[in-house]
Ligand binder design. Structure first.
Ligand SMILES: Nc1ncnc2c1ncn2[C@@H]1O[C@H](COP(=O)(O)OP(=O)(O)O)[C@@H](O)[C@H]1O
Ligand SMILES: [Mg+2]
Length: 556
């Protein structure tokens, strides 16, 4: 409950450079009188401007400044919320906006808009729209509830029922849902990327393993080929070796042949010498005895035969030599072949050893594959985590959507409104009856009204007379105030009625409204602005009067 205590203003509209001050809670009922243009309605603008930075009437901020003196405009309002005393000071030229709580000014660093928001949402718990439906029933530029579009009707009722918070929550939630939707889309892309990364990696590892197998198989095949080739060589070696062993060494034969030839040669030389001797010699060189012709002839014959034998022996040896030479060539070739085979075996053995080492290394070296497998494991972890994130976000969105359906207009709010609509309708009808206006008023969930007369004819608001309309407006105003009190939301002591009694209401109407005002309790401070002062003054406990003195409005 807000208890308004005091308002002061100067250089505001027709008010001059000294403060006009009204104490709101001095009397439960105050009649505000004065001639046209004396400055009565100015108090509505002052109150609204002080609280909402916006006058009740549609007047621009610069037009609020007194046009005669053009001096500093100041409006100050004081009120209590619970045990806390508040004061709002607002000025134009220079612009002033100060909010005090228990004499302490609120944070000046906060942006002006933030402070205004804080004032409306956290201190007053009312916005301009609701305030002007609950506190003020004006004549000029006032739009009665019944002439507001349904969206504005909803806004006011939500404010009074204190369920606007669900609208704010829904807006916040909607933003959150949108952000989360984007995040989910991102995380889904992340999952896809992680999946394809893992697939590529898996294929890469398969390829590496395949390559390795091919390499190992190739080496093994080569080794097997070598083993086979070596076996073949060894067989050949054995064969060649046994072939070699089957031959006598022809060099030995040649040596023997050489010895024999030397012997034959020397025998031939000796035989030729002896033939020469027996041919040329007449006496024995040792005993000096003469040699006979026959003897010599016989000896010559003998030596010639001998020479012939030796020569034929030597010529026989030539073919023998040829054979030996051939054998030597064959034998040498076998030896060379054996050496070649042996060296081939050795080099094959070496090659095989090298390949074995290579095979061993190819089989045991799995470092690169292991490294890629580790990478794959990391990718799998990444995928699991991203999937987890996706699930979490999905769940969160699920809850958000569920919460969203509760926060929608058709959710919790409709339930609360549904609960209060019968109360609202009952109260409106009660107040209408109290003002001797017997119609059946019904506001539905969509905030459309039906008004039926006693004879059950349907009426629309606009088809009623001004006086009847005013009764409906008043009934709604009292209803909002009662509901606000029940909800302890937009409840206040202040009630300002501007010219309600003057034109449209008949005398009966005035009496009924006065009766109603008396029933709404002592904690309400009602101000009734009227220029019918003479007819009304005995019905009020207090009276203030505005008049214009030397072009300035003053209060007396
Ligand atoms: N900026 C202004 N400077 C001086 N006078 C103004 C200014 N704006 C309006 N007025 C005058 O203030 C008076 C309006 O006072 P108002 O409170 O509406 O009178 P009422 O007593 O009829 O409700 C009018 O006489 C109007 O000409
Ligand atoms: Mg007026």
């Amino acid at each position: 409950m807000i208890t308004f205590e005091k308002i002061r203003w100067k250089n505001f509209l027709s008010t001059g450079n000294s403060f006009t001050e009204i104490e709101f809670n001095r009397s439960p009922s105050t009649l505000v009188v004065g001639e046209n243009g004396s400055g009565k309605s100015t108090m509505l603008d002052a109150v609204c401007f002080a609280l909402f930075n916006k006058p009740f009437r549609k007047i621009s901020k610069t037009q609020l400044i007194n046009s005669i003196n053009n001096k500093k405009l100041v409006v100050e309002i004081e009120f209590r919320v619970g045990l806390k005393e508040f004061k709002v000071v607002r000025g134009v030229k220079p612009n002033i906006f100060e909010v005090y709580c228990d004499g302490q000014m609120l944070d000046q660093d906060a942006a002006v808009r933030d402070t205004q928001k804080y004032l409306e949402e956290s201190i007053l718990k009312m916005n301009f729209k609701s305030f002007t439906q609950i506190v003020i029933l004006g004549s000029a530029s006032f739009t009665p509830f019944m002439q507001l579009p349904t969206a504005s009707r909803r806004e006011i009722i939500e404010d009074i029922l204190d369920i606007e918070i669900f609208t704010t929550m829904n807006q916040v939630l909607r933003d959150k849902i949108a952000v989360l939707r984007d995040e989910i889309r991102d995380v889904e892309t992340e999952v896809e990327v992680a999946k394809s990364k893992a697939t590529v990696q898996r294929k890469y590892i398969e390829q590496l393993e395949k390559d390795k197998k091919i390499k190992v198989d190739k080496i093994k095949e080569k080794i097997n080929e070598l083993i086979e080739a070596t076996t073949e060589l060894e067989t050949k070696l054995a064969e060649t070796t046994s072939e070699k062993e089957s031959h006598d060494d022809p060099k030995e034969r040649k040596r023997k042949l050489d010895g024999l030839k030397d012997k034959l040669d020397s025998n031939l030389r000796k035989a030729r010498k002896e033939l020469d001797f027996y041919h040329n010699t007449e006496e024995c060189p040792t005993c000096k005895q003469g040699l006979t012709h026959d003897f010599k002839e016989e000896k010559q014959k003998e030596k010639t035969t001998r020479i012939e034998e030796l020569e034929s022996g030597l010529s026989d040896m030539d073919s023998e030599y040829e054979l030996v030479q051939k054998s030597i060539e064959v034998y040498d070739k076998i030896v060379t072949d054996i050496q070649d085979i042996q060296s081939d075996i050795i080099s094959q053995e070496r090659y095989k050893n090298r390949l074995t080492l290579e095979l061993n290394e190819a089989e045991t070296n799995v470092a690169d594959i292991d490294e890629e497998k580790t990478k794959l494991k990391e990718l799998a972890i990444e995928l699991t985590e991203t999937n987890k994130k996706k699930t979490e976000k999905g769940e969160e969105q699920h809850y958000n959507t569920a919460a969203g359906s509760l926060l929608k207009d058709t959710g919790i709010k409709t339930r609360v409104i549904r609960q209060y609509l019968p109360v609202i309708n009952q109260l409106v009808n009660k107040y209408l009856a109290a003002m001797d206006f017997f119609v059946h008023f019904d506001l539905d969930e969509k905030f459309n009204e039906t008004i039926k007369s006693r004879h059950r004819d349907k009426f629309s608001y606009s088809s009623f007379s001004e006086g009847e309309k005013q009764r409906i407006d008043l009934a709604l105003l009292f209803t909002w105030r009662t509901i606000a009190k029940m909800k302890n939301s937009a409840s206040t002591n202040l009630l300002l009625l501007d010219e309600v009694f003057d034109s449209s209401l008949d005398n009966n109407g005035v009496d009924y409204v006065m009766n109603l005002l008396h029933t709404i309790g002592e904690e309400t401070n009602v101000f009734v602005i009227s220029h019918k002062g003479d007819q009304l003054f005995d019905k009020f406990r207090n009276q203030i009067k505005f008049e214009k003195i030397r072009n300035y409005s003053v209060m007396s």
